[in-house]
Design a protein around this ligand. Structure first.
Ligand SMILES: NC(=O)c1ccc[n+]([C@@H]2O[C@H](COP(=O)([O-])OP(=O)(O)OC[C@H]3O[C@@H](n4cnc5c(N)ncnc54)[C@H](OP(=O)(O)O)[C@@H]3O)[C@@H](O)[C@H]2O)c1
Length: 272
């Protein structure tokens, strides 16, 4: 399997990236970023809501790699959508990151009554070249259909929670049929499936860890993964998922773990 996937923009995106939720600014960010780059990670996933764009920006500034080799994703948060100041929120994200463009800009959550307007502004940002791709996160089929109907650009990515305990195959298929790459967040379910017997059995067969088997299963579903870790041993472990293949019985057995379990929560202000 190629380590990159082509987006509907014609550009490529790494199938593996480093999730940065709950990674602190300063030494934790610097150390995780530098270790990850050395191990071959090129995609880094942040958001204005994570409050660490500036920490990531500092790490990028001291990185020896050419900017074009990195793939940086950030996201617009719900408040900015409600207030309607998308442009200035985006400009602040760029400033904190110390960048003149991001590789992917996402609508973090589909704020009811706002996301269609937000998408219009993201289209303008894309056309200006300051985001090389635009996409969404946590969108269901209905919400994506609205974007497809009212927008003029098809989202490049839908970043959703997807892992063996939460197999959202309806939305996965819908995205894949419409040329939208699914990027799986919380791909380790924050650890919730790592102790399951079936995961240990398959992991033992390949001399891998349960985390590697779970991430590989997601890749073989045609999705991308952004596991988070700040530990070197786990960063390395999570990156070694391109050199073994699960068979169809193993794929099905892992799918059998599905219990529609949400590792990540929906922001309270979207529940009203
Ligand atoms: N768009 C959205 O709404 C949304 C929502 C949630 C997350 N995300 C993105 O997706 C990324 C990943 O999701 P996540 O951080 O929620 O969860 P995750 O990647 O499923 O799990 C991360 C947790 O697992 C631990 N871990 C990492 N590798 C491990 C391994 N090999 N074995 C055992 N434990 C391991 C990490 O601890 P250590 O750091 O101590 O290793 C951390 O506690 C986020 O960082 C963020 O970038 C997006």
């Amino acid at each position: 399997m190629d380590k990159y996937i082509e987006l509907n923009t014609g550009r490529s995106m790494p199938r593996l990236g480093l999730g940065l939720y709950k990674t602190s600014n300063g030494s934790e960010m610097e150390s995780a970023f530098n270790s990850a780059v050395t191990m071959g990670y090129r995609l880094f996933d942040t958001a204005s809501a994570y409050k660490n764009e500036d920490g990531l920006g500092a790490a990028i500034a001291s990185c020896q790699l050419p900017r074009r080799e990195l793939f940086i994703t950030t996201k617009i948060w719900n408040n900015a959508q409600r207030i309607g100041n998308i442009e200035s929120a985006f400009a602040r994200s760029l400033e904190r990151l110390g960048l003149d463009y991001v590789d992917l800009y996402l609508i973090h959550w589909p704020v009811p009554g706002c996301y269609l307007d937000t998408w219009q502004v993201l289209e303008d940002i894309y056309r200006s070249g300051r985001a090389k791709a635009i996409g969404v996160s946590n969108f269901n089929e209905f919400q994506l259909d609205e974007i497809l109907e009212h927008g003029s650009i098809v989202p490049a990515v839908n970043q959703i929670e997807y892992h063996p305990l939460f197999v959202q195959d309806g939305i996965r298929r819908f995205c894949q049929q419409n040329g939208i790459v699914v990027q799986a967040y919380a791909p380790l379910a924050r650890g919730a499936y790592l102790e399951k017997d079936i995961m240990s059995q398959i992991a033992a067969k390949y001399n891998r860890s349960a985390a590697q088997v779970g991430l590989r299963w997601i890749l073989q579903k045609g999705c991308c993964v952004i596991p988070k870790s700040v530990r070197d041993d786990r960063l390395l472990e999570n990156s070694q998922i391109f050199d073994f293949t699960l068979d169809e019985y193993e794929m099905e057995a892992i799918e059998g773990l599905n219990e529609n379990y949400h590792a990540a929560s929906i922001p309270e202000d979207l529940l009203v």
